[in-house]
Design a protein around this ligand. Sequence first.
Ligand code: SF4
Length: 172
Amino acid sequence: MTACTTPVADGMEVENNTEEINDIRKSIIELLFVSGNHFCPACEKSGNCELQALAYRYQMMVPRFPFLFPQKGVDASSPKIVKDQNRCIACKRCIKTIEDEKGRKYFAYKNRGNKLEVILDEEMAKTMTDEIAQLAMENCPVGSILRKEIGYNQPIGTRKYDTKPIGSEIEV
Ligand code: SF4
């Protein structure tokens, strides 16, 4: 049952931190790793990446699924950003949150199923400001959207998840 669509009912017992549930979470992370091309040591987002941080949190070592090594492209045609499809996990965050003052979207889904990609609108890309490019990079949980020329500005070892595990900032 999905937690976000299941109404609360009298007597309902909610478990969200059991061995079985955590193994399902871990398997989803493993599936994301094997269905893209995520090479953390060579990625500018390493240390700031939510997928990498979750893999550490759930102690992923070797995924139990075979790596697919899909052939995916890199779109560097925008003056402000590089969009690397190899690292995209299709979370839709950029589509939902990155828009101009008139509400026009910069990113969109293309194709379906295992051919699904998140692409940058060619015309909108030409008008992208530094602020929007920065927000797009920050909102992307992985290294699929990077600003040109500043990808390595923050030294490794000082990045968000280098010192604290993901989720530790949330008080429970
Ligand atoms: S925010 Fe990043 S990972 Fe999520 S859909 Fe956009 S490009 Fe892909």
